[in-house]
Design a protein around this ligand. Structure first.
Ligand code: C2E
Ligand code: MG
Ligand code: MG
Length: 401
């Protein structure tokens, strides 16, 4: 198991051909790598998120998935390990898959056509600078898979779920405009499990309702400085399933009152999913939130199920451009065109446009130049605990402000 040691040479291989994967691990071990392999994509992703290997290898052909889907999900969970894509398929396919990894913002160190000699593998592994620890600290709990439903329920009863806060700034002035609240699950050894691991499981059960309330309760009880005092915005993520809980809007209104936050400061961020297949119900639920004064944001716009129809038809007040495009602004002309077009689209529909995944100064400058309203990302600040977020001050000032 590769969970606890903070060394820089932990390799996790995803390949459902057991013998091949075992051979790769043996070859890597001769170069001093602590290597292990899994054949199941979900287990692989859970281990990457929880134990934070320094290097990962992904085979493109898996029994139940293709490697591209895995690459997407690696990017989605914020994997910062060095990535090698491998396949027995032709060089062109490998090359395209490698491009997919890079354009998704992963740290690709190379591709390997199978079968490959040990020397090629070791040479490639050596070029990969150790991935910085993932956005979420690796869990030291030693758990190597997705938590069970029972464990989730126990954690809920013990009120283990908390929130971290990530600042959002104005692209024009650099001023702090608000925070996004992100769910976290602290582990006994000091690590932290991120929402990509447990929200999906909570959504697959009825746990999501109580979990959302617990996270929100924590967030309101730990409001970062400036939210109550200066009316800064406070963004919370909402699962579409929460919309089926009829008492939720009223509950949210009550908790806002209790903590002195106006509903107009609250932005509910929702990712479009296929789960809500009743468009009229969605329209009704969302309109109810707007009537109560809350703002609604369409999260991860540009990927997945979000569509222009939804954008025009539903009462969103904000659009968040998916980080896939924002992270790659400096290196991809396509991303630049997409972001420019989406900013124009959002503004013409009267929406506030927010970019997330701002990882460098170039991206922030570009966003300001194309008229994006707000920005969020590691370049500005990482998600922080309640104390740190309260003390946070923007360090990036824009010219003329
Ligand atoms: P999201 O709402 O799109 O949140 C942004 C995610 O990107 C967060 O990941 C954040 O830590 C990460 N991020 C922010 N800036 C950067 C950057 O510059 N680079 C990179 N690589 N990543 C960045 P996190 O915290 O793991 O959250 C993942 C997703 O889980 C969220 O995506 C959101 O959809 C969901 N989520 C988080 N909290 C909750 C919650 O309380 N309820 C529900 N239903 N979903 C939640
Ligand atoms: Mg969000
Ligand atoms: Mg997002």
């Amino acid at each position: 198991m590769i969970v606890t040691e903070p060394d820089t040479t932990r390799l996790l291989v995803l390949d459902d051909e057991n013998d091949v994967a075992a051979t790769i691990c043996m070859m890597a071990a001769t170069g001093g790598y602590r290597a292990e392999h899994v054949g199941d994509a979900d287990l692989f992703l859970a281990r990457v998120a929880i134990s934070g290997p320094t290097h990962v290898m992904v085979d493109l052909q898996l029994a139940d998935r293709d490697g591209i889907e895995v690459i997407h999900r690696l990017a989605k969970i914020g994997c910062t390990a060095s990535v090698i894509v491998m396949s027995g398929l032709g060089g062109r396919i490998l090359e395209s898959a490698g491009r997919v990894a890079t354009e998704n913002g992963l740290r690709l160190i190379g591709t390997l056509a199978k079968p490959f000699p040990r020397a090629d593998l070791l040479a490639l592994l050596a070029t990969g600078t150790p991935g910085e620890v993932s956005a979420l600290a690796p869990s030291s709990a030693g758990s190597a898979g997705i938590p069970s439903e029972q464990r989730l329920r126990e954690a809920l009863r013990a009120q283990e779920f908390i929130a971290h806060f990530q600042p959002k700034v104005s692209c024009a002035s650099g001023d702090l405009v608000g925070f996004e609240c992100l769910a976290r699950w602290p582990q006994p050894g000091g690590g932290m499990v991120g929402p990509d691991i447990f929200i999906q499981l909570a959504e697959a059960t009825d746990v999501i309702h109580a979990l959302t309330r617990q996270i929100y309760q924590y967030a309101f009880a730990h409001l970062p400085n400036g939210v109550r005092e200066h009316g800064l915005k406070f963004a919370l993520n909402l699962s579409q399933l929460n919309l089926t809980d009829e008492s939720f809007p009223r509950w949210l209104l009550d908790i806002c009152r209790e903590h002195g936050v106006a509903p107009s400061q609250v932005i509910l961020e929702m990712t479009e999913t296929a789960s809500m297949n009743n468009p009229l119900a969605l329209l009704e639920h969302l309109t109810q939130f707007r009537i109560r004064g809350f703002h609604l944001s369409i999260d991860d716009f540009g990927v997945g199920y979000s569509s222009l129809v939804q954008l025009a038809r539903l009462p969103f007040s904000e659009l968040k451009i998916d980080q896939m495009f924002v992270k790659t602004l400096a290196v991809s002309a396509e991303s630049q065109k997409i972001v420019t077009a989406v900013v124009g689209l959002g503004r013409s529909l009267g929406l506030k446009v927010v970019a997330e995944g701002v990882e460098d100064a170039w991206a922030l400058d570009f966003l300001r130049d194309v008229g994006c309203d707000e920005a969020q990302g590691y370049y500005i600040a990482r998600p922080m605990d309640a104390l740190a977020s309260s003390a946070w001050k923007p360090s990036v000032r824009r010219a003329g402000s």
